[in-house]
Design a protein around this ligand. Structure first.
Ligand code: HEM
Length: 391
């Protein structure tokens, strides 16, 4: 029997529908083929939360360390593309600055300043695309601050990031990578070398350089940049969209900003900024009722797991008071759990609270309806909003 016979829903699933509106199909898959073979993906898709956890916990069977991993082809091996002892060796030197207390002490006032500046710059027009004018620039500024590269500003970091993303996307699409990604990475590496050599700087890269070779620090710096920009822009934009789409829930939050944390978790649950994570089977194995072969791609749908009704009753509902929203898996799970989850949460929390405080009657622009889009990184292409009086 062919895979298409064993997994008819998977065979009928297209990547285009998963990019557009994945939720109805993911619900069917989760119920009937929770580990399904998708010919268009050329891999397995895991949609049930318990099975998703099993995959992400078991790096010996389901590894990230595979030559097909496109980011590593551009920036070299890093914590994101290694497992086992090598993963620990690459990740450990970066752990401390991303602990909750260090994040608060090290970043809160920077994020507050940057948020205030961006809101002030929104200007008096009362209409803007918050993704491009607010969420994106804030995400770039915070990553630039976190890296602390000497002589490098946010515009430079953004230009490198764009070039590296283009190369990674080319490779993912099966094309030869455009050369500007390699050139941007070379400049990032040179900036890392200059930073590490500068005794006057307190960048987290300097302390990492005590334990990793400089090219290894550069690879991980690229991953911090890569991991921190697109996803955080999405996290902030999606949370704004969810709240603005649900005025009743926004009213609860405006009345009690303590509910904002729940709103952010709930938004991460419904639309995780990174919708999937990829793993590769290191041996023949069985997952659920699927027989997986060594070398097979196993894609975990965080989006699918996050709406598993076994854990989240009425899973499609946006409920800022949902008690277990923090069980969402937007930051993955296991050894590759997002290094900077605390930072991303703090950033989103400050950004949203200040926006809602400073922009009265902030609302979606009815002339520009929008919805999250994307196969891997999901967010609205634009988030056009209106407000009544200038900031
Ligand atoms: C300042 C912002 C961020 C930075 C610097 C950052 C950085 C990182 C790094 C370095 C890793 C690799 C950890 C490892 O492999 O051991 C990682 C993993 C991950 N991050 Fe983040 N991240 C940020 C924000 C986010 C956001 C907002 C999301 C989603 C909403 C996210 C989702 C993930 C996921 C799903 C993984 C796991 C990847 C995998 O298992 O293959 N990150 N992040």
């Amino acid at each position: 029997m062919s895979a298409a016979d064993s997994f008819p829903l998977g065979a009928a699933t297209t990547l285009a529908e998963l990019a557009r509106d994945p939720h109805p199909r993911l619900a069917q898959l989760r119920e009937r083929e929770p580990v399904s073979w998708l010919p268009e993906l050329d891999g397995w898709l895991v949609t049930r939360r318990d099975l998703a956890l099993s995959v992400m916990r078991d790096a010996a069977t389901f590894t990230v360390d595979d030559p097909r991993f496109s980011t590593a082809q551009v920036v070299g091996p890093s914590m994101l593309s290694l497992d086992g002892d090598e993963h620990t060796r690459h990740r450990e030197p970066f752990n401390q600055p991303f602990r909750p207390r260090e994040v608060r002490d090290g970043f809160a006032s920077f994020i507050e300043r940057e948020t205030e500046r961006l809101i002030t710059e929104l200007g008096p027009t009362g209409a803007v695309d918050l993704r491009r004018a607010f969420a994106g620039p804030l995400a770039v500024a915070v990553v630039t601050e976190a890296l602390g590269l000497v002589g490098t500003d946010a515009d430079t970091v953004l230009a490198w990031y764009d070039a590296i993303v283009r190369s990674v996307s080319d490779i993912t699409a099966g094309h030869e990578a455009a050369p500007d990604g390699a050139a941007a990475y070379a400049r990032l590496r040179a900036a890392v070398e200059a930073t590490v050599a500068d005794r006057g700087t307190s960048s987290l890269l300097v302390s990492a350089a005590g334990r990793l070779a400089v090219p290894e620090v550069a690879s991980n710096a690229a991953v911090l940049m890569f991991g921190g920009i697109e996803t955080t822009e999405g996290m902030i934009t999606n949370a704004l969209l969810h709240l603005l789409h649900h005025p009743d829930q926004l009213a609860l939050v405006r009345a009690d900003f303590d509910l904002l944390d729940g709103a952010i978790e709930e938004s991460l649950r419904l639309e995780p900024g990174a919708a999937v994570v990829d793993r590769y089977a290191t041996c023949d194995t069985v997952l659920g009722s699927a027989t997986i072969r060594k070398g097979d791609l196993v894609t975990v749908s965080l989006t699918g797991a996050n709406r598993d009704p076994a854990v989240f009753p009425d899973p499609d509902r946006f409920d800022v008071r949902r008690e277990n929203a923090r069980l969402q898996l937007a930051f993955a799970h296991g050894p590759h759990y997002c290094l900077a989850a605390h930072l991303a949460r703090l950033e989103t929390r400050i950004a949203l609270q200040r926006l809602f405080e400073r922009l009265p009657a902030l609302r979606l622009d009815p002339e520009h309806p929008t919805a999250p889009y994307g196969l891997v990184f999901r967010k609205p292409l634009t988030l056009r909003v209106l407000w009544d009086s200038p900031a």
